[in-house]
Design a protein around this ligand. Structure first.
Ligand code: PLP
Ligand code: COI
Length: 343
């Protein structure tokens, strides 16, 4: 496979148009057969439900070139399932799991020249999404939908890659108690846009959101879940009904326990205990973020510094990172069913 002439090592996390995308339309109560197209544009009524009432959900996963030259995806079945949950919550028709997997396969195959080579540090980000497409003016779900997948080659989500970042405790909420924080809907990200612009203006890489009910517990950031390593080298990660069930975090819990022999606990974590020094390492985890080490959390001017420091990824975080990426890139044997080969 001859790859595109792209400076893979210097890619950031941005959009680069690739050649092909997948499209399927939902009309009269059913999805059509779907197709690969070169057309990256969408023409819709000004009154389409997605524009008026933000009826849209999405997913994010990646394609990797393994050491032995295969193109693979990581646990796309979980993206398919999560998208079904997201769609149901917004009263959208589900795109069936087998169709989702087939669409991912077709889209990646059609853009294989954009899947970055092994060892380049880049990956092909895959963005499935779905939206209400027909005109709706009274508040109600659409009757017609479009499901699409496009791809874009990407580098690290945070500038500096593995260098620890500083994040701040946000005064804004991204989710409501009993709201939509646990699904992947565009509306949650719209909620976070002002907070991220403000955080960047203040020199922080991301916002940590507290639980919207009591504002005392750590939830997640705008685009990633959070993991902590305690003083015994074990993993602790927040439990909450208003955070996205990250596939990376769920995978890391297995990696920590089964590959690295760590104890893993998912429980409520208070800001107070984090400030009190309960943890020696902290990381943001997600498809885009992979694991991005956090060196410092700024809580309204008070710095919570992790023992791992601001220079390098903490020792345990590094082991988790190396094992996870080794599994994704085919240098470490994966648990059954985690690797989806694009043939
Ligand atoms: N939390 C939020 C708000 C996200 O946007 C993402 C990204 O998908 C994650 C967590 C991480 O989820 P995953 O590991 O499934 O990519
Ligand atoms: C992902 O990690 O796939 C996401 O959707 C997060 C987003 C901030 C890019």
């Amino acid at each position: 496979m001859i790859k595109k002439d792209i400076d893979w090592g210097n890619l950031g996390f941005g959009y680069i148009k690739t050649d092909k995308r997948y499209v399927s339309d939902y009309k009269d109560g059913k999805w059509d057969d779907g197709r690969i197209t070169e057309d990256d544009t969408i023409t819709l009524s000004e009154c389409a439900c997605v524009f008026q009432y933000a009826q849209t959900v999405f997913e994010g996963l990646k394609a990797y070139t393994t050491k032995d030259g295969k193109t693979v995806c990581f646990r796309p079945d979980l993206n398919a399932e999560r998208m079904m949950t997201s769609a149901e919550r917004l009263e959208m028709p589900v795109f069936p799991k087998e169709r989702f997997l087939d669409a991912v396969r077709q889209t990646v195959k059609a853009n294989e020249e954009y899947v970055p080579p092994y060892g380049s540090g880049a990956t092909l980000y895959i963005r499935p999404f779905m939206f209400g497409s027909n005109p709706v003016i009274g508040v109600k779900p659409a009757d017609e939908y479009q499901f699409r997948i496009f791809t874009t080659p990407v580098g690290p989500y945070f500038k500096g890659g593995a260098k620890p970042i500083t994040v701040r405790i946000s005064d804004f909420d991204r989710a409501a108690p009993h709201g939509t924080g646990d699904i992947k809907a565009g509306l949650n990200y719209a909620m976070s846009l002002h907070a991220i612009v403000d955080a960047h203006n203040e020199g922080y890489a991301e916002n940590i959101y507290l639980d919207p009910g009591s504002r005392t517990k750590i939830e997640e950031t705008g685009g990633a879940n959070i993991i902590f390593i305690d003083s015994d080298g074990n993993m602790v990660t927040p439990k909450s009904g208003s955070i996205l069930p990250s596939i990376t975090r769920r995978s890391l819990m297995v990696v920590a326990e089964k590959y690295l022999g760590m104890k893993v606990t998912q429980r409520e974590i208070t800001l107070e205990e984090v400030a009190g020094g309960a943890f020696k390492e902290c990381g943001l985890c997600g498809t885009a973020a992979v694991i991005s080490p956090v060196g410092c959390i700024n809580d309204h001017g008070k710095e919570i510094r992790f023992a791992s420091g601001m220079e390098e990824m903490g020792e345990v975080t590094k082991k988790l990172y190396d094992t996870l990426t080794g599994i994704q890139m085919g240098t470490i044997e994966a648990p059954e069913g985690w690797i989806f080969e694009i043939d």
